[in-house]
Design a protein around this ligand. Structure first.
Ligand code: ADP
Ligand code: GN1
Ligand code: MG
Length: 358
């Protein structure tokens, strides 16, 4: 798929206001959603760029999506400028406009494209390798929320009900009813697990909505590989801002723990390798809680410890629903990939529960 796109890139990139000349490109990263390319200018003094073909089956309103990203990155940039020692060019994404002034370009095949300045000397990881990385992840996610805690803006809901348990359960129930590929017979155990978890997590979900917990600006996709690190192991910023919208801080906290305290990767084949790494969890908490101290409320604290269970379940349920529906949402690389991804998440929930009751 990406090789079909490669030949279109020199023409696409010519519509964006990049500095320097295009000298080559290559597929980049391992996201599940977009097609991402690194664009090289080949000139030392000129930046490189990230070009993305935006998945517009998932994100239906691209102007609204890009408007959210622009609002959020401009606000972060403004805040960073007043913080001594910060480097706004490396600590938030920078959108590069197209030559018609818009932050995206729609080509003759109706595909949407966008460009970010490439943050050089930066790295993403699928798995945490040491305590310092976990600590840095907590710091950068807490800092992201703190920097946005004073943003008063009406953001678009880029994916309605993204982390809504009720909606995700309904989607699962529909997939079970439709069962277009007769896969239901492969998920007997998972089905029972899903129904039991929905009953358990409903209380948290209801209370988030009724307890007066503040709705803030949240990232909503804080998996560990959406954090950019520099070569000294310092976290630079959160990337992948498509789902930045109004939400509860629990979503970001929970999604981060789901990925960084899993001793295996999301794509682990052998679920026996999935364990909850409480050392990484505790390191994350130390820095995260320090960063959010200035705005965090006691009501928010109440559900924080359970948000890893909630988010791990929501993502596992989405993988399982996608498996039943025929793998239409998440890119897969092998048969039963989404089923196996769901099993990893469900096993992780059991490990988290064991840790919590110990
Ligand atoms: P997806 O939604 O498909 O996960 P991302 O926006 O996370 O897409 O981008 C995919 C990968 O591209 C990231 O994991 C990261 O390695 C790289 N990346 C994205 N933006 C930048 C950037 N501005 N600078 C450096 N690397 C980037
Ligand atoms: C997707 O874009 P990416 O790969 O960071 C998904 C997240 C899931 C994640 C699971 C817009 O994230 O919600 O948690 O996969 N993003 C969207 O790996 O659905
Ligand atoms: Mg990503």
């Amino acid at each position: 798929m990406q090789s079909d796109l490669l030949y279109r890139i020199p023409s696409i990139i010519s519509y964006f206001l990049i500095k320097g000349n295009y000298s080559g490109c290559e597929p980049y990263g391992s996201g599940h959603i977009h097609d991402t390319f690194l664009i090289r200018t080949g000139q030392k003094e000129m930046p490189d760029y990230i070009l993305q073909k935006i998945n517009n089956h998932i994100f239906r309103d691209i102007p609204a999506l890009m408007e959210n990203i622009q609002i959020v990155t401009s606000h972060i940039r403004k805040r960073l400028i007043s913080i001594p020692g910060s480097n706004p060019d490396r600590e938030t994404l920078m959108c590069i406009p197209a030559n018609n002034g818009q932050l995206y370009y729609q080509d003759s095949q109706s595909d949407y494209w966008r460009v970010y300045q490439y943050i050089n000397d930066s790295y993403t990881y699928q798995k945490v390798s040491d305590v310092h990385q976990a600590f840095e992840a907590g710091r950068i996610i807490g800092r992201f929320q703190a920097l946005l805690s004073d943003l008063d803006a009406n953001l678009h809901e880029t994916i309605p009900g993204f982390h809504d348990l009720f909606k995700r359960e309904m989607e699962f129930d529909k997939a079970v009813m439709d069962d277009p590929l007769n896969r239901l017979l492969n998920i007997r155990e998972e089905y029972t697990f899903v129904k039991a978890q929905c009953d358990k997590l409903r209380e948290m979900s209801d209370e988030l909505h009724t307890l007066g917990i503040p709705v803030r600006v949240t990232h909503n996709d804080t998996k560990f590989n959406n954090i950019l690190f520099d070569s000294d192991g310092r976290a630079l910023c959160l990337i992948d801002l498509d789902t930045v919208m109004h939400g509860y801080i629990h979503y970001d906290y929970g999604d981060a723990i789901r990925t960084l305290a899993n001793s295996a990767s999301e794509d682990e084949e052998d679920i026996e390798n999935v364990h909850f790494n409480h050392i990484f969890y505790e390191a994350f908490n130390r820095s995260y809680l320090q960063e959010v101290e200035s705005f965090f409320t006691p009501e928010e604290r109440k559900w924080l410890p359970f948000s890893p269970n909630y988010m791990t379940f929501i993502i596992g349920l989405r993988f399982l629903t996608d498996y039943l529906n025929g793998d239409k949402y998440f890119k897969i690389h092998r048969p039963e990939h989404n089923l196996k991804r769901a099993r990893v998440q469900f096993r992780l929930i059991r490990c988290i529960e064991e840790y919590q009751s110990s």
